[in-house]
Design a protein around this ligand. Structure first.
Ligand SMILES: Cc1cn([C@H]2C[C@H](O)[C@@H](COP(=O)(O)OP(=O)(O)O[C@H]3O[C@@H](C)C(=O)[C@@H](O)[C@H]3O)O2)c(=O)[nH]c1=O
Length: 187
């Protein structure tokens, strides 16, 4: 029996994954990844890099992708809360240009699998958040790309209530618009 629930998002290959949490008088235990269970659900990717970042409220990291060494990302939050977003950038996909957002929190322990060919980003909605993720390919800064978080054609509905300032990196201030992108991703 799989220790995970793989929830369809309406976008092919993009999943919300809910782990089975075993609580007892000591606290809890959960598996956060299990190759066999993922394989059984049709998720055949292999991970080669694990990352962690910490950010304060209002930090928005995104929307990122790599044009070569494209990365699938299995993401989760171990402290705090973020609104996590994936945008389908695969030409020929029936959901090309569409986005999906999910609240990932320390409490709900949800994970999001963002496959290759998607832009990915998140907004921190708690005072601080620690973000952890596994990637299917290595960081390749020479192939880094991004699209503006507030691109009007993508139209992500970020939960901005209670957030006075959006905090971006210099890199994230300068991304192109969706219309200006010329991407290699195929469905
Ligand atoms: C992403 C990454 C960054 N770095 C370094 C480069 C830089 O000096 C510092 C911070 O990098 P960045 O500003 O690109 O970090 P960040 O804005 O957190 O980038 C991440 O954002 C989220 C939304 C993603 O989807 C990730 O794939 C990644 O793009 O860390 C690595 O050494 N390895 C890595 O894999």
């Amino acid at each position: 029996m799989s220790k995970f629930k793989f929830v369809d998002t309406g976008i092919k290959d993009l999943y919300i994954i809910e782990p089975n949490v075993f609580g007892d008088n000591r606290g809890y235990f959960m598996e956060t990844y299990n190759k066999q269970d993922f394989l059984q659900a049709g998720l055949t990717m292999e991970f080669v890099q694990d990352n962690e970042s910490k950010s304060s409220k209002g930090v928005l990291r995104g929307l990122h992708f790599q044009t070569q060494h494209t990365q699938g990302k299995l993401v989760r939050v171990t402290s705090g809360e973020v609104f996590d977003v994936a945008v389908d950038l695969r030409k020929g996909s029936p959901t090309y240009g569409q986005w999906k957002g999910v609240l990932l929190t320390e409490e709900n322990k949800k994970q999001f699998y963002v496959p290759e060919g998607f832009a990915h980003g998140f907004l921190v909605v708690s005072d601080e958040a620690v973000f952890n993720y596994k990637c299917t390919d290595f960081y390749a800064p020479e192939f880094e790309g991004g699209v503006m978080w507030n691109d009007p054609d993508i139209g992500v509905e970020w939960p901005l209530e209670g957030i006075n300032d959006i905090i971006l990196s210099d890199k994230d201030e300068k991304h192109k618009s969706f219309k200006e992108l010329d991407l290699p991703f195929k469905y």
